[in-house]
Design a protein around this ligand. Structure first.
Ligand code: PEP
Ligand code: MG
Length: 902
């Protein structure tokens, strides 16, 4: 409502006027204080100034019209309710001024306690406290300190310093040893510090204190640390904070007073019970500052049984009311319990699943709600082995957490050595500057992969994630010297055989062995733990929620797999087919020689011979995969990368040839190879001769693959199995490309399949922006589309997927240009728009067109919701992300508009 409207906007709400659903307006703290007030719980009276007032202040630089008068009116009614007046020299009302945004931003914003104290009311406070001078002067010095620091930007250390001086003069380290006179002296010292830094006296007028404190809370929304925190947590910058003005209650009035925090269940494990800490004769900030040691909350039972019992009753009531784990802050003032805060408490991933299951058992929530309360990121966390970091290990480097998990082992620098040592039963960590397809065997053999270059979509990262193998990439503090079999980091040398530990979640690298624990959730998915009989509450709950997600979801979940073993594991993890079988690894290893023959072929005959030799090998690959996926669809993608990737690197080859020539050796073959590598060298291989372009340029290559797929399917069917192959053409940008490939493929399929009953679909990847924009035409020649969001992101943004994340994304993230790499989570505005257009125009041209996604985004929780929303039929992701995608697809299906899972 605009300020000139005749009805004045309401900026201030009494606690009794709000409720827990008004978080947008009253912030989390204010809304929950209101809720507790309305439940009849003992909340100190107060009022909340809305986020709208904050937003108006932040845009105009002044308090909105009407705010001052509304605060005045609410203050008066608070004074009436408390029977005390702010600033009254004989019997003062004191208030706290606390920030409280919609989303909790712990420690980011400001609080000022004891507002209303001045040189006169400090005496009144002492009288109220039964002549407790010490308490009154301590409260006053706290006000000057907090007010000075947060409202007037006086450096906090100066106050700390003055306090330390008084303590050391007294020969003590303990605040409690200071008496009233000491504290009166401290107040004088603090006032001087205040005056020195602000050029004015500490304000004695309570209403001025209040107004300035409110303004400081508004301003703290735009403090640098708050801005950074919001960016990190992806909290919108325009929400503003509410301000709560609450009558003070004191936990520092003596041994019958105190303060504490508590959880209604264990936020670490989810176990039922009471978890909390209590500190007698203290205020909340003492607990946070760790000045004295707290005791377990259970000990309050001995100290003050009445308050303890009341607290337990309130906690049970809050849980039943919020239907969730609550965390609370409370104060006891001379035996009287006060609730200062509650909110739905943060918890670990394991606790989130366990508690959701418990609450269903307790009848507090249904399974839809349980599903809503957990998420894929939590499940992913639970699926990786983790380090037992119970004592200090010092990280020596930090790279990108490219594939989560924890792994320790002996350092090796080559794939061959990794295979060798693994065969001897050793755990190894393969360390490379970066990996390439030739490292595959070593990557399979290794427990983890560590590279000094590359981002989250580098070869190492993508392949490791596919295998569910721990990987840290781009640890650029490492200087890797493969020929010398060593790396250096921070002046230390690590040789082959030395032990390192890597954490693929945090990206941290440790020297030496950090103990690792396996994941019980993976044991469950692997079928090694029976959810019906296990006493593991986490596994039981995961099973139950996954079962519900599967029943709820519309999206199918397939996997990206190109070996029988991956396919089998993905099936155990719940995959309903293969959405991307990349065929390039099938051209490596001992088949490399055949590929070289193919590339170097001087005539049609030689090329055909090489292809004929590759055909049975490819057929065997596909037979294995079709058998594993018996009856489920398998999308096989025709070869994508440029062929020169299968040849040795140019520099190395040139050196070898030169050396051999020098020695007078016969190098005719190597020279031919070198000439081919030079001929095929590209400045921008990602935009060069790859995918469908390769198929159109090298006669017989795609034809051989199509034949191998069709023959494999027929062989499986003749053996009594079922095969549902789908042939996918990569990198199509124009329908004409697809039509050409399709015409040849259809001819071969018809010839091979005959009357076997095998049906082969032909479709395309949509991974070139032009394909998305001409999807209506392309759909005429495609029975399905699968969005290759890795390339679509690369070409949509013009970001080289192998380089940019390590090179400069940190700066983009810092500037907030995006909150997360678009290679990790789909850029819904740009790349997502291409997907939307292609889905709509493709389906308009061919109703029933099957739509999927097979880029890395297929297993990203947020992206899965987007794919659900644009109406894809399936997502396909690496085997380890299949459960995550199943869970998120279920959540996407039950998420109602406007609900908030943060
Ligand atoms: C893609 O581009 O998203 C894709 C799945 O293909 P690749 O990662 O193999 O290029
Ligand atoms: Mg691609």
């Amino acid at each position: 409502m605009a300020a000139h409207d005749s009805v004045e906007q309401k900026y201030v709400y009494d606690f009794a006027e709000g409720n827990k659903d008004l978080k947008d307006l009253l912030g989390g703290k204010g809304a929950n204080l209101a809720e507790m007030t309305n439940l009849g719980l003992p909340v100190p009276p107060g009022f909340t100034i809305t986020t709208e007032a904050c937003k108006a202040y932040l845009t105009t630089g002044r308090e909105p019209d009407g705010l001052a008068a509304q605060i005045e009116a609410h203050l008066e009614s608070l004074e009436r309710e408390m029977g005390r007046r702010l600033g009254d020299p004989d019997d003062p009302l004191l208030v706290s001024v606390r920030s409280g945004a919609k989303f909790s931003m712990p420690g980011m914003m400001e609080t000022v306690l004891n507002v209303g104290l001045n040189d006169r009311s400090v005496i009144g406070l002492s009288n109220q406290a039964g002549g407790n001078d010490r308490f009154a002067w301590d409260s006053y010095r706290r006000l000057i300190q907090m007010f000075g620091k947060t409202v007037c930007e006086v450096p906090g250390e100066e106050f700390e310093h003055a306090l330390d001086e008084i303590k050391s003069a007294k020969g003590t380290h303990n605040d409690l040893d200071l008496d009233a006179d000491d504290l009166r002296g401290l107040v004088d010292a603090y006032k001087k510090i205040f005056a020195k830094h602000t050029g004015r006296e500490f304000p004695q007028e309570p209403r001025e204190q209040l107004d300035l404190a409110i303004r400081a809370v508004f301003d703290s929304w735009n403090a640098e640390r708050a801005i950074l925190y919001r960016r990190q947590e992806r909290i919108p910058a325009d929400l503003g904070t509410a301000v709560n003005v609450v009558a003070m209650v004191f936990g520092n009035l003596g041994p019958d007073s105190g303060t504490g925090v508590a959880f209604t269940r264990d936020p670490g494990s989810g176990a039922q019970g009471i978890y909390g800490d209590y500190l007698a004769n203290a205020q909340g900030e003492d607990v946070v500052a760790g000045i004295r040691n707290t005791v377990p909350l259970q000990e309050l039972e001995q100290l003050d049984k009445t308050s303890y019992d009341e607290l337990l009753g309130i906690m049970a009531r809050l849980e039943e009311h919020y239907k969730d784990l609550c965390d609370i802050e409370f104060t006891i003032e001379r035996g009287k319990l006060w609730m200062l805060q509650t909110r739905v408490g943060k918890r670990t991933a394991a606790a989130a699943f366990v508690i959701a299951g418990q609450l269903v058992d307790e009848g507090l929530i249904d399974l839809d709600e349980a599903l809503h309360r957990v998420n894929g990121a939590q499940l992913a966390q639970l699926m990786f082995p983790r380090f037992q970091l119970d004592h200090e290990f010092e990280a020596v480097a930090k790279g990108i957490g490219a594939s989560p998990g924890a792994a320790s082992g002996k350092v090796v620098f080559t794939s061959a050595r990794a295979v060798e040592l693994a065969a001897e039963g050793e755990s190894v960590i393969l360390v490379r500057r970066e990996t390439n397809p030739d490292d595959l065997n070593g990557m399979i053999a290794a427990k983890g992969i560590l590279t000094s270059r590359g981002g989250k979509t580098s070869h190492a990262a993508v392949v490791a994630r596919g295998m569910g193998k721990t990987c840290v990439s781009g640890a650029d503090e490492l200087d890797v010297n493969v020929p010398a079999k060593k790396f250096t980091v921070g002046g230390r040398v690590v040789n082959e055989g030395d032990i390192v530990s890597i954490d693929g979640t945090t990206g941290k690298v440790y020297l030496g062995e950090v103990p690792v624990m396996p994941s019980e959730v993976v044991q469950y998915f692997e079928g090694e733990l029976d959810p019906e009989t296990t006493d593991d509450a986490l596994v039981r709950s995961v099973h139950r929620i996954m079962t519900h997600a599967d029943a709820a979801r519309r999206l199918r979940v397939r996997t990206n797999a190109d070996t029988g073993a991956d396919a089998a594991r993905a099936r155990r993890f719940g995959a309903e087919g293969i959405g991307l079988c990349r065929t390039e690894h099938m051209f490596l290893g001992d088949r490399r020689e055949l590929v070289e023959r193919l590339i170097l072929a001087s005539g049609e005959r030689e090329r055909e011979d090489a292809l004929a030799a590759l055909l049975p090998l490819q057929r065997a690959d596909f037979v294995e995969i079709f058998r594993e996926m018996d009856g489920l669809p398998v999308t096989v993608r025709l070869i994508d990368p440029p062929l020169h990737e299968f040849l040795p690197p140019l520099e190395q080859l040139a050196v070898n040839v030169a050396v051999a020539q020098e020695r007078g050796e016969d190098v005719a073959k190597e020279e031919a190879l070198l000439a081919a590598v030079r001929r095929m060298h590209e400045e921008n291989p990602m935009l060069g001769l790859r995918g469908v372009r390769l198929g159109l340029v090298i006669p017989g290559l795609f034809a051989m693959q199509v034949r191998a797929i069709a023959e494999a399917a027929v062989a499986v069917v003749r053996d009594g199995g079922t095969a549902c192959p789908e042939i996918m053409v990569p990198l199509v940008g124009a329908v004409q490309e697809l039509e050409t490939v399709r015409a040849e493929a259809e001819r071969i399929i018809a010839e091979v399949v005959g009357d076997s009953g095998v049906e082969v679909l032909i479709g395309t990847m949509i991974e070139v922006p032009r394909a998305a924009l001409t999807a209506g035409q392309i759909a005429e020649a495609a029975e399905f589309f699968s969005f290759g969001t890795n390339d679509l992101t690369q070409m949509g943004w013009g970001f080289s997927r192998d380089d940019v994340e390590g090179a400069f994304f940190w700066r983009y993230l810092e500037l907030g240009i995006f909150g997360i790499s678009p290679f990790e989570s789909i850029d819904t505005d740009g790349v997502g728009r291409l997907i939307r257009i292609a889905a709509e125009e493709g389906r308009a041209a061919r109703p029933g067109l099957k739509l999927g996604v097979c880029g890395e985004h297929g297993g990203d929780p947020d992206s899965v919701h987007f794919f659900h929303e644009v109406g894809l039929d399936y997502v396909s992701c690496s085997p380890f992300r299949v459960p995550v995608a199943r869970l998120e697809a279920g959540r996407a299906a039950i998420t109602t508009a406007g609900s908030d899972s943060r």
